[in-house]
Design a protein around this ligand. Structure first.
Ligand code: AMP
Ligand code: MN
Ligand code: MN
Length: 317
């Protein structure tokens, strides 16, 4: 079974790198930190590598052990978490050079780019898959480990509110509460607190938001200049796409963010209907989940907007 093979590879490895997708969200961060603690419990000394660690996740156990880069050229083992394809992997060079590679993920669009791939698209978060793995390895899911795992679940379910949340999600959360995990602190820090820069970006995206296609599509954007003006740090744009989705009648929310002052935008899409935004993003070389997906498109705001809305229009009733 795959989990036995994963266990064997971990046992054999002397040097291990733990990686996740670029622009890491709570699930990516939670997964890396949880895996780091779990491997330490297994007697390993893994390197957790995240190039741009968002400030809001600084409170998590093990955050101080995260490295921006590593001097190790060839790891015995590299583990990629919450990342659907190699292109999006932060620190992909460590993965490409590693002797053995493992991918653990919950994106249905995962390209299975590891030597060993453990992908479950039904899981609400990569962190949820880790619970299964750690339980299989008979590791104790203690308070710190639970805090990291729950951070991933809380972020990727929007605070237990998206489809995909099951009775098990709550049962597991209840179990962690008993172990002393501070659920309200995680909730408060991860979902309820805006950085000042994020708040300034929010004002801009609200001003620019257009409700199109008979009220079914919300569109808004930020440029690199906006981010410079509000002194945005990594992660400060997170959550802005949710604003449009919450408007009555909107089925698809589109938020685009300029990349490095270039004629190039990162697209974030959210759906509240049967429109599968992952399928749309896949057309542009991206992917994600049916109700939350992303991709990168070249062009100006107007050009990118037209390209993406065209595809949404084709799917609206
Ligand atoms: P985001 O809008 O960046 O929060 O991403 C929403 C979901 O789509 C997340 O699960 C991402 O991992 C996934 N995603 C975002 N951008 C891409 C991309 N370029 N390729 C594949 N998956 C993506
Ligand atoms: Mn993620
Ligand atoms: Mn995830």
């Amino acid at each position: 079974m795959t989990l036995d093979t994963i266990g064997e590879e971990i046992k054999k490895a002397n040097s291990i790198a733990i990686l996740a997708h670029e622009s890491p969200d709570g699930d990516a961060i939670g997964s890396v930190l949880a895996m780091g603690l779990a491997l330490e419990n297994m007697g390993k000394q893994p390197d957790r590598i995240i190039t741009e660690y968002p400030r809001k996740f600084q409170f998590l156990p093990g955050a101080d052990k995260v490295k921006k880069e590593s001097q190790v050229e060839k790891y015995d083992l590299a583990i990629a978490l919450d990342c659907s394809d190699l292109r999006r992997l932060d620190g992909k060079e460590y993965f490409e050079n590693a002797h053995k590679t493992i991918v653990i993920d919950h994106h249905s669009t995962n390209t299975m780019y590891g030597d060993i791939n453990f992908v479950n698209p039904v899981a609400t978060a990569c962190c949820e898959i880790l619970i299964g793995i750690f339980t299989y390895f008979e590791l104790d899911i203690h308070q710190d480990l639970g805090t990291c795992i729950l951070t991933g679940i809380i972020t990727d379910t929007g605070g237990f509110k998206y489809q995909g949340v099951t009775a098990e999600t709550f049962e597991f959360t209840a179990e962690l509460l008993r172990k002393g995990v501070n659920v309200s602190e995680i909730y408060e820090k991860v979902l309820e607190t805006r950085t000042r820069s994020n708040f300034e970006l929010l004002k801009r995206i609200l001003n620019r938001m257009e409700i199109l296609e008979n009220g079914k599509v919300a569109f808004t954007y930020i440029t690199s200049q906006d981010e410079e003006e509000v002194h945005a740090e990594p992660g400060d744009h997170e959550g802005l796409v949710e604003v449009g989705r919450n408007v009555e009648g909107v089925e698809v929310s589109i938020f685009i963010r300029q990349i490095d002052n270039e004629a190039k935008y990162k697209i974030s899409m959210r759906s509240t209907s049967d429109i599968n935004v992952s399928d749309i993003c896949y057309l542009f070389g991206g992917g994600g989940h049916p109700r939350a997906a992303g991709c990168v498109i070249q062009g100006t705001v107007e050009q990118v907007k037209e390209k993406i809305i065209q595809e949404v229009r084709n799917r609206l009733n």
